[in-house]
Every structure is written in C-alpha cells, then in structure tokens.
Design a protein around this ligand. Structure first.
Ligand code: HEC
Length: 157
C-alpha cells in the first residue's frame, strides 16, 4: 500500500516536472521564424523523428518532401522543395520554427503548421468530416516536433 502511494507520488512529480518544461502551442516564441527553446524541454530523438516524417497520421513530411537521406521511405512528394542539406541551410532553431509554424518563415506557405491550436482556415474535426472548433489539438506533440527537428539536423550534404 505504502509502496503504491510512493510510486504514485513519484509518477506525478515526474509529470509535473515535464509539464513545466513543455512550451504550450500558444506560448511558442518566434524570432524571425525561429524558435530557440526546445518545445518539450528535452532533446529530440532522430529515430523517432524519422517515423514522424514518414507517417501519414503524424508529420507526413514525405508527402511533400524528398531527400537523399529519406529515399528508403516510399512515395515521396514533390510539392515542397527537396530537403537535402536542410541542416546546412537552417539552424536548429530555424528548423524548429519551420516545423512548429512554417508561416512564420514563409508567408502564406502551403506547408502545414504542426504545433498550433488556432488560426486554421478550415479546420476539420479529425476524420469525422465535420468542422472542428478551436482550440484544436496540435498535429504533433512537443516531443514529436523535437524528434523531427533532430532528424532534420542529420540532413547534411
Ligand atoms: C503540404 C505539403 C508540405 C508538407 C506536408 C510539409 N511541407 Fe515542408 N515545405 C512545403 C513547402 C511548399 C515548402 C517551401 C516553403 C514555401 O516557399 O512555401 C516547405 C519548406 C520546408 C523546409 C525548408 C526548405 C529547405 O530549404 O530545406 C523544411 C526544412 C521543411 N519544409 C520541413 C518539413 C517537415 C519536417 C515536414 C513534416 C513535419 C514538412 N516540411 C511537411 C510543403 C510541405
């Protein structure tokens, strides 16, 4: 019994710590499109980021972007520019800003914003076909943004 209480306390203390470190979508600070601070308060994992990049229900970046380094991911799209050398062109903070809200870097871009809860033009309610009401959950979690940024940091030429 005592042991269960102790475990419970440890878990909630851990969660409270994580909640403090995490930056909420509406609190992200952009400086000319770039975001200096880790959104999750933790480092990204490039392996997980590759999944975010490749998975349709997550980033689905591959639907619009190809790159030499992603050539094992099938069906790359060509709507967006190829991302070869993205980490040479952009800093980590700029890449984080691009993934969180690309409109802060490219005015009017069709690239989706992956970490925002409002300001959508025609939001849908998941796959119900109904209109959604804001605030909507962000497409990616703070950690998923960090993971895909860590993956992008490996795109060097
Ligand atoms: C619907 C298509 C689309 C999707 C999905 C998309 N992007 Fe983009 N992305 C674009 C377009 C278009 C641009 C070029 C910016 C512009 O001029 O509008 C771009 C630009 C970029 C750039 C800067 C290009 C450069 O110089 O390297 C990066 C980095 C990037 N995207 C990463 C991502 C990542 C990571 C994801 C997934 C989390 C993603 N994009 C999802 C369309 C997309």
């Amino acid at each position: 019994m005592m042991r269960q209480i102790l475990i419970g306390m440890t878990v909630s203390a851990f969660c409270a710590g994580a909640a403090v470190a995490q930056v909420a979508p509406e609190a992200v600070a952009f400086t000319e499109g770039a975001v200096e601070q880790s959104l999750s308060g933790a480092a990204g994992n490039p392996e997980e980021g590759k999944k975010v990049f490749a998975t349709a229900g997550l980033g689905n970046c591959v639907a619009c972007h190809a790159a030499e380094i992603t050539k094992d991911i099938p069906f790359p799209g060509t709507v967006g520019p190829t991302l070869d050398g993205a980490a040479d062109r952009w800093s980590e903070a700029q890449l984080r800003g691009l993934v969180a809200n690309a409109k802060m870097t490219f005015d009017g871009t069709i690239m989706p914003s992956f970490y925002k809860t409002s300001g959508y033009i025609r939001p849908g309610d998941a796959y119900t076909g109904k209109a959604g009401t804001e605030p909507l959950p962000p497409v990616l979690s703070a950690q998923q943004v960090e993971d895909v940024v860590a993956y992008l940091m490996t795109f060097k030429e």
